[in-house]
Design a protein around this ligand. Structure first.
Ligand code: PEP
Ligand code: MN
Length: 263
């Protein structure tokens, strides 16, 4: 709460990367880790484009149990490999408190709590006991207040390194996958000292919408973006429709940096 903590929280990683407190953080990578060649290739490209972090899902929360569920522990190993090769710290989603040790052993730098687990309070309490940054995504149908209370669950346990993420919410609109609640950005910045990121990929669900939504997020005061990038979106095992190619990401990253300077 800003009342008790007027200054912005700045998350600083052991490698010196920071999130919050000015500057634009770019986290990019595929929805799912699919192979060593895929994740290492994408890591090289997003790093060259200026991303400071690599994302990639190993444990995937899919709507259908018959859809690709992620490479799980092998996916974490591949992320570790991509981190070693590229030097980029890694961000990946956790779905169970049983996996915390596995994530720490594999050198995960930022642990993502996905929209579907935003109110998994037992998971949040366990993540409150560790000293790792947590990227907490807003639930599909959660209010801003509920997102902030979930952040409190983590911080109440002693882990104050929480990053908030607006990723779109469910509304009656069907053109987009979700509706990006752009007003959440200034509201969260006003109420909370925590860094606020926006995920334009899961918000819009369509690759061409990523750039305009990301630019709107920068204009609204977001501390950074998390963007899905895939070497071959048409063949992606998850979320291909919203994934940018590395070439497209090059341009988007450049435009976002110019926008960040202007605002
Ligand atoms: C993801 O980041 O791949 C993801 C599943 O996001 P969300 O939890 O926002 O749906
Ligand atoms: Mn995804």
């Amino acid at each position: 709460n800003r009342k008790f903590h007027p200054d912005d929280t700045i998350i600083t990683l052991p490698g010196g990367q920071t999130i919050g407190g000015g500057g634009l953080t770019l986290i990019a990578g595929p929805c799912s880790v699919e192979s060593e060649e895929q994740i290492c290739g994408i890591a090289r490209r997003v790093k060259a484009a200026g991303a400071q972090f690599l994302r990639g899902g190993a444990f995937k929360p899919r709507t259908s149990p018959y859809a690709f569920q992620g490479l799980k522990a092998e996916g974490l190993e591949l992320l570790k490999e991509a981190k070693k090769e590229s030097g980029l710290p890694i961000v990946t989603e956790i779905m169970s408190a049983n996996h915390i040790d596995l994530f720490l052993e594999n050198g995960v730098d930022i642990i993502q709590v996905g929209a579907r687990n935003m109110q998994n309070f037992e998971l949040l309490k366990e993540l409150g006991k560790i000293k790792k940054p947590i990227l907490l995504k807003r639930g599909l149908s959660s209010t801003i207040e509920e997102l902030l209370m979930s952040a409190e669950y983590i911080m109440a346990g002693g882990n104050d390194q929480v990053i908030l993420c607006e990723r779109g919410i469910r509304t009656y609109e069907t053109y987009t996958r979700n509706t990006l609640d752009i007003s959440a950005v200034p509201i969260l910045k006003k109420l909370s000292h925590l860094p606020v990121l926006v995920d334009p990929s899961h918000a819009g669900g369509i690759a061409w919408l990523v750039e305009p939504l990301a630019l709107a997020a920068v204009a609204a005061g977001a501390d950074g973006l998390i963007i899905e990038v895939h070497n071959n979106p048409a063949k992606a095992l998850s979320d291909g429709a919203q994934s940018l190619t590395p070439d497209q990401f090059d341009k988007v990253a450049e435009h976002l940096r110019s926008a960040a300077k202007a605002f």
